[in-house]
Design a binder for this molecule. Structure first.
Ligand SMILES: Cc1cc2nc3c(=O)[nH]c(=O)nc-3n(C[C@H](O)[C@H](O)[C@H](O)COP(=O)(O)OP(=O)(O)OC[C@H]3O[C@@H](n4cnc5c(N)ncnc54)[C@H](O)[C@@H]3O)c2cc1C
Length: 384
């Protein structure tokens, strides 16, 4: 079998159930005290460092980072349980999201001892935030065609180029930059790429905002002009960047954020139907069924990650099916009556549906487009 996943449904142990309940209680208390306002897409839109630090105080950041580096030595399954509850509640988790989801695990896997000691504790305390510097104006789906280049100089590298769609770069400390460090060889395009850990406040780095359709500042362009990156901030091995980013993308693609972005809206629709504010539609059950199936698959991928298995293909499957589902849920906004005709009890649902419709376009793009991932899945299944 090409896809190595636990074939039977993942059974949540008593410990995991207790952890889930603890997060639910925390979330309920925060909501009751006005600690946050739930939103759709809260893992990209809800940038609240103070909330991140409250989670850190609970031990819910850097969970999979080993204890000797300030983390909690927990499993990927435990992290999934915590993140699912936060996403389902629409909690503002975006400030630490990238660092917690993929930068920490990548540093554990590829970082030097010095890098781990320098960066991992800050990730676990919610003091250090990171961005991802992969996409460029002419390199998104075709990531191997990145033009940002790293040139060897005394004691380090000079990095020059530009990145785009860099989430949160304006409020982060570092970002991982994928750059070409050897001339492009058309026959081996994935070779000669490397990753650098770039200080976003270093001389030569310029971050320019890109304002989104909803008026928010989430994206940026980042320009790098002869930015000096010391040798000790090279991530992993020079020339091995492709293998490293592929591994990093598995953390990015398999998580519950790929199908829970719009869950608060689905739940609000369920409540509105049960109150009789909008007509009951039996289709609702189908959406919950899809979420449950994705939940099991995502848990199975988390289990495989914990065992150190290669999860590129199943992670891509979660991403394609998950983002399609969350987008379909966004479409349910069409059934929500407009402000003039609707009861005040629909205010929250209207707020969610407005947010969901504006964010929907990004669901299937971010983390690699679904069209491209279908090709990745086909290759993983040995079909091409
Ligand atoms: C909300 C959001 C957050 C993001 N955050 C980040 C970030 O923090 N850091 C970062 O580096 N990037 C980020 N991105 C960028 C994202 O990874 C890219 O948008 C994505 O990889 C697609 O690249 P592109 O935009 O260049 O589109 P293109 O690659 O130009 O694709 C355009 C269209 O053509 C299709 N297409 C392209 N090639 C093929 C093919 N071979 N077969 C079939 N169809 C194809 C695509 O599916 C797409 O529909 C973010 C994007 C979004 C929407």
């Amino acid at each position: 079998m090409v896809i190595q996943l636990t074939p039977s449904p993942v059974v949540e142990t008593a410990d995991l159930k207790a952890l889930r309940q603890k997060v639910r209680d925390f979330v309920a208390a925060e909501l009751a005290s006005g600690g946050f306002t739930p939103t759709i897409n809260s893992w990209l839109g809800g940038w609240e460092p103070e909330f991140s630090r409250k989670l850190a105080a609970q031990g819910w950041l850097g969970m999979t980072i080993p204890k000797e580096y300030g983390g909690h030595g927990a499993s990927f399954l435990e992290r999934v349980v915590v993140t699912q509850e936060l996403l389902a509640a629409g909690a503002p988790v975006s400030a630490h999201w990238v660092a917690d989801r993929q930068i920490g695990p990548s540093l554990v896997k590829f970082g030097t001892e010095e890098q781990k000691q320098k960066l991992l504790p800050g990730i676990a305390t919610g003091e250090l935030f990171f961005g991802i510097g992969m996409s460029e104006p002419d390199a998104g789906s075709d990531l191997a065609s990145v033009r940002t280049r790293g040139t060897k100089v005394d004691g380090g590298w000079k990095v020059t180029g530009s990145k785009v769609w860099t989430s949160g770069a304006h409020a982060s400390d570092y970002f991982f930059v994928l750059a070409r460090t050897a001339p492009l060889d058309a026959a081996h395009r994935h070779e000669g790429l490397s990753q650098f850990i770039v200080d976003l406040h270093a001389p030569g780095v310029e971050v320019r905002p890109i304002i989104s359709l909803n008026g928010g500042h989430h994206f940026n362009e980042v320009f790098l002009e002869d930015v000096f990156v010391p040798d000790d901030m090279v991530l992993g091995t020079i020339g091995d960047g492709w293998h490293q980013v592929t591994s990093e993308l598995s953390y990015e693609r398999s998580g519950s954020e790929r199908f829970l972005s719009t869950l608060p809206m689905l739940e609000e629709i369920r409540q509105a139907m049960s109150r009789g504010d909008i007509p009951v539609d039996p289709e609702l059950g189908r959406y919950f069924a899809r979420i449950m199936a994705l939940h099991q698959t995502s848990l199975a991928v988390a289990g495989a990650l914990s065992r150190g298995e290669e999860v590129g293909t199943p992670a891509s499957i979660v991403k394609v099916l998950g983002t399609t589902t969350e987008g379909d849920i966004a479409e349910l906004a069409m059934m929500v009556p407009g402000a003039a005709s609707a009861a005040a009890s629909l205010d929250t649902l209207r707020r969610y549906s407005d947010q969901a419709l504006l964010e929907r376009a990004g669901f299937t793009l971010r983390g690699g487009t679904n069209e491209v991932l279908r090709g990745v899945i086909a290759r993983g299944l040995g079909l091409r």
